[in-house]
Ligand binder design. Sequence first.
Ligand code: MG
Length: 436
Amino acid sequence: MSAPAPLSACHIGSFAYLTVKDRLPIILTRVIDYLYRERNAIAEKYGEGAREGCKEVVGRLSQLKNEIQTNKPLQLLQPTHPLSPHDDSESWNQRYEEYMNIDDVPPKWFTAPWLYVECYMYARIHESFYLCDVLKDFDPFMVQKQDSLLQSHLACEALAQHVLSVCNSLHSATQEQLKQHVIKLIEVSVWGNKCDLSISCGAGRAQNDNLLASLDTLRSYLLVNDSEKLWQFLVSLPEDQRDIVLVLDNAGFELVSDLCLLTLLVEAGLTTSLTIHTKTRPWFVSDTTLADLTWIITTLREKGGACSEIGKKWEGYLAGNRWKVSEHGFWTTHHHYAEMSTASPALYSQLSKASLIIFKGDLNYRKLTGDLDWPTTTKFEKALQGFNVAPLVTLRTAKGGPVVGLADGQAEEVASIASDWNISGDYGMIQLCTFL
Ligand code: MG
């Protein structure tokens, strides 16, 4: 059987349709309003030229918003002058031509694949800034990302306290206790994925309470729970060959929850090398860039209490190369992951050395599954379409895009309880594929 069609906004009422119709224009409006409101403060920081720059960018973003709302054809991206190493306009424009060749008409917002148009919007936002020299590195989502961390302070403190006390007790922990500790932090990392600003269009998505206290209740909301298998897989790896890669999703509380999981993996000797992949540019509102990662660690370190202690620990891991950070432009392309081996052989080869790759969040899940309209009972490995670079696990709460690997009747059952189950973020997945 051939693969299903890509999800697309052409289906009126679908989540893809509502995203293109409502969510994307709202995200643009927030950036436009922010630039207009803060133009003086931005000029103070980036120099007088930035005031005019804000005006230019607002003009471009307003045009982009209009193109979306009137379902105009997508435009070719403009290359940077001089050509920046992060410029990927050629690849975007090539994909554009491919769509032209298939349909003989340019791709449009409501008819082209949803994954492509949603990624394209963020590439256009980035283009709007890089065409303006003084603002070429400006992150229009930075303040939203930072606020979401600051509003989650109590949850971060409770989590940091927990992780530090677990780390201090590891010398006397049994294997069973260690397993329970690891599984708990995997679950925290899953639920941390609820704090996604692209779904809330940038409105506050903080973690208000101590997540640890809710884990037992939340467990019944895991649609796929391979945590036990994941544990067995982790401990089956040779002790001197546990190279773990984490491909991040959102900054804010989610990033803290991810780093807490990594802390335990390091302290418990469950990993020999750990590489964290960030985005190279602002993406899907809250996705983590290297600047976000650095900011979060510095901010926690200055907070006092357990946050401070854990922040220092993380700085030490990074300084001592126990945690490495990798920035790769592939993560902000339009490519789904089955295309990685040809679109980015270098990254593919780097990832092929991993013992386990942890993919966080919806966008990774959508790119892993090609964002196709898979039946929910499709086997996860089948939906990966040959992307078998290394054993991998996905940790996400479902907030749109495909859901695969469910049992017969499971989707119907959960839909009878909550009709918005696959977009609300209330249901989570820990889904492992070892290709064995
Ligand atoms: Mg995200």
